[in-house]
Design a protein around this ligand. Sequence first.
Ligand code: IMP
Ligand code: MG
Length: 187
Amino acid sequence: MVQSRVRVLFDEETIAKRCDELAADIAAAEPKDLLVVAVLKGSFMFAADLIRALHKTGLEPQVEFIHLSSYRKGTTSSGQVDILRDVESEVRGRDVLLIDDILESGRTIVFAKDLMAARGARRVLSAVLLEKPGKRAVQIEADFVGFTCPDVFVVGYGMDVAHSYRQLPFVGLVDTSGEGPDLFEQR
Ligand code: IMP
Ligand code: MG
């Protein structure tokens, strides 16, 4: 498949700087016995960068993964969240930091938060790279937010449309104008 042009919304340098700032904010919350849980798949690149930024602050988190699927019809959420792969670690009594790519309807993060709380986590915090305001179906705000995202479907930096574009080192939007070269275009 030939990938279309992607217009850069948040570039590599901007994201890297924000990861360091978020890590400092997370460290300031003084998490105890920290278990970081990356919500797959979309968060894998953000999680990798944020976890290394956490290391630089002196934190020593353990790292886990949960694969959740919020079923989507095209680019809109249907509401149901399923666990495709669960964490293996005990969460009881621990501080858990959920990492996700986008907070949109809020259903994914609420589901993951409730799950960790039900398993006895001491505190459940959440960090998202992007949040789309005004899109919430359930009441939830993330504790740590990278950037506010315009109400457009974004790709890159782990996020996909039909499994494409996850490899991009920046967040962008697919340009459907049909003009210009069929190459990735930096801002
Ligand atoms: P929520 O449960 O509606 O908050 O949905 C959040 C999940 O939907 C994210 O973890 C993403 O996987 C996906 N998502 C929402 N908006 C976008 C987007 O613009 N691009 C790619 N994935 C998205
Ligand atoms: Mg996701």
